[in-house]
Design a protein around this ligand. Structure first.
Ligand SMILES: [Zn+2]
Length: 448
C-alpha cells in the first residue's frame, strides 16, 4: 500500500508525480466496466463527465491520466456502519470470545481508560485501512462514553473527520446507550455529530428508549441511525420506528442497522413489517461479519446466522446497505477492512447474487447514507474502485489487493501486488529418472 500526501523521492532521487497522492485525475483509459466493455472515462472535478469507447478521445495531460488496462472499474464501496472508536482494540483488550453482552462488558471496562488522542489514533488508522481497500465514505457510530468526559470519542472523531477531509467522506452518529442522558446527545450534536443513534433493544423499555431518541432527533431536525433489534429472540422495535418516522422529511433520513430479529420472524409477520419499512422508506444496513460472530453462541447445533432478512427486504424494494460494523475489537476479533469481504459474505451467508452483494456495499450503502450517486456513469460522483480483475465474480471471489481508489475525482490510494510463484516443472516420464531440478522462482506483477 502506498499513501503519500507529500512529494516522495523515488529510488532515482527524483520526484515522481505518479506516486504523489492525492492526485487529480481527468481521464481513465482502457478501463473495463462490469458489463465487459472497454472504455475511457472523463472526469471533471469530482464528477464523471463522459464514458466513451476506449481510445476514441484525443490526447490529455499525462499527469492526470490513469491507464487501467486489466482493471475492472466499479462504484467505490461505502461503509454504512462502522465503529472507528472501537476498531483495532482487540489486541489491546485481549477480551474473551463471546456474544454481544460479553463484548459490551469488555468494551466498557477498556473504554474508561481511553483518551481523545488514543481514540483518534485508532480511528484514523482504521479509516485509512478502509480507504486503501477502496472505501471512500464511512458512516461511523461513536460512543457517548461514561465517566467525567463522555465526549472523548465524539471529539476524536470530529478531529479525524477534519484530518481526512478531501480523502474520504465521514458521517458521524452519536451512539447513545440507554443510560446516556438527553443532554449528552444534544452536546454531541452541538460538537458536530450528524445523526442520532442508539441501541434501544438493550434498554429495559426498548420502545420507550427508541421514542426518546427519535424525539431528540426530531427536535434537532437531524436524521437517525439506530442499532435495531440486534438479537435472535428479543424485542421488535422496528414497528415503532417505522410508525414514528413515517412523515419525517427527506432532510431527516432514517436508517436501521443490524435488524437481526427480522431474520428470525415467521414469514407472515416479516412481510407485514417489511411493508411498513417500505412505507416509511427506512434504509436497512446488514452487517454479516459481526452478526455472524456475535449471534448464535447459545445454539451449538443448527447455529443461526444472525443476518437480517436480506432477501425479503431486497425483493420488497427496501434500500439495503451492507458493512462490516466492528473490526478487530471485542465485538468482532477479525475483519480485513475490505468491503469485498462483506460482499463475499453476503453471497455465502446471505445468498445474494454477486451483483446484489456488490450493490449492497457500494450504491446501496451510499443510498442509505444519503450520498449522491457514484460510479463510472455520466453525471455521477467520481467515487471509483479499480481492481485488477476480469469481471465482478473475480473481484468478489479473489479480492485482488491490486487496486486504485478514486475519491471525488482524485486518486487517493494505490496498492500494487508482486507475486513470486515457482514455475511448475514437467512431470518425469519414468519413475527411475531423477527428480527434475527445481525451477527458478518467477517474479511477476500480479496478472490474471
Ligand atoms: Zn454497530
Amino acid at each position: 500500500m502506498i499513501i503519500h500526501r507529500a512529494t516522495m523521492p523515488t529510488t532515482s532521487g527524483e520526484n515522481d508525480s505518479m506516486t504523489v497522492l492525492p492526485r487529480q485525475l481527468t481521464r481513465l483509459t482502457d478501463a473495463t466496466l462490469a458489463d465487459g466493455t472497454k472504455v475511457d472515462i472523463e472526469i471533471t472535478g469530482d464528477t464523471v463527465t463522459a464514458v466513451v469507447p476506449a481510445g476514441t478521445r484525443g490526447a490529455a495531460d499525462a499527469d492526470s491520466v490513469l491507464n487501467l488496462d486489466g482493471f475492472l472499474v466499479l462504484p467505490a464501496p461505502a461503509e454504512p456502519h462502522a465503529h472507528l472508536d472501537k476498531a483495532l482494540s482487540w489486541d489491546l483488550i485481549d477480551p474473551p470470545m463471546g456474544d454481544l453482552v460479553l463484548a459490551i462488558e469488555s468494551w466498557k471496562a477498556y473504554s474508561a481508560e481511553m483518551t481523545t488522542a488514543s481514540i483518534a489514533d485508532r480511528a484514523r488508522q482504521q479509516a485509512l485501512a478502509m480507504l486503501s481497500n477502496g472505501t471512500t465514505a464511512i458512516r461511523c457510530h461513536v460512543d457517548i462514553l461514561h465517566g467525567d468526559d463522555p465526549m472523548r470519542g465524539v471529539r476524536a472523531l470530529v478531529q479525524v473527520r477534519q484530518e481526512l477531509a478531501g480523502l474520504l467522506d465521514l458521517e458521524l452518529v452519536a451512539l447513545a446507550g440507554p443510560t446516556a442522558p438527553d443532554a449528552l446527545v444534544h452536546e454531541a450534536i452541538d460538537l458536530g455529530v450528524d445523526l442520532v443513534g442508539g441501541a434501544p433493544h438493550l434498554a429495559d423499555d426498548p420502545d420507550g428508549d427508541l421514542r426518546r431518541l427519535l424525539a431528540i432527533a426530531a427536535a434537532r431536525g437531524v436524521g437517525v441511525d439506530m442499532h435495531t433489534d440486534e438479537s435472535l429472540h428479543g424485542p421488535v422495535t422496528m414497528r415503532t420506528l417505522t410508525e414514528v418516522v413515517r412523515d419525517w422529511p427527506a432532510t431527516q433520513p432514517v436508517t436501521a442497522g443490524h435488524c437481526v430479529r427480522l431474520g428470525t420472524l415467521e414469514p407472515e409477520e416479516l412481510d407485514e413489517i417489511v411493508a411498513e419499512i417500505v412505507r416509511s422508506d427506512v434504509g436497512i444496513v446488514t452487517l454479516p461479519i459481526t452478526n455472524l460472530y456475535l449471534q448464535g453462541w447459545e445454539h451449538p447445533v443448527s447455529t443461526p446466522r444472525g443476518l437480517t432478512a436480506v432477501r425479503a427486504l431486497l425483493d420488497a424494494g427496501v434500500r439495503l446497505g451492507a458493512g462490516a460494523d466492528n473490526v478487530r475489537d471485542p465485538f468482532n476479533p477479525v475483519g480485513r477492512s475490505d468491503a469485498l469481504e462483506t460482499a463475499s459474505l453476503l453471497v455465502t451467508a446471505g445468498h445474494l447474487t454477486l451483483d446484489e452483494a456488490y450493490a449492497a456495499v457500494s450504491t446501496g450503502a451510499r443510498s442509505v447514507m444519503s450520498l449522491p450517486a457514484a460510479g463510472p456513469v455520466v453525471g455521477a460522483r467520481a467515487e471509483l474502485l479499480a481492481v485488477r480483475c476480469v469481471n465482478l465474480s473475480d473481484v468478489v471471489a479473489n479480492a485482488s489487493a491490486d487496486r486504485y481508489v478514486i475519491h471525488a475525482g482524485r486518486l487517493v490510494a494505490h496498492s500494487e501486488v508482486t507475486r513470486h510463484i515457482a514455475v511448475p516443472a514437467a512431470a518425469p516420464q519414468n519413475q527411475n529418472l531423477p527428480l527434475p531440478t527445481p525451477s527458478p522462482t518467477a517474479s511477476i506483477l500480479e496478472t490474471r
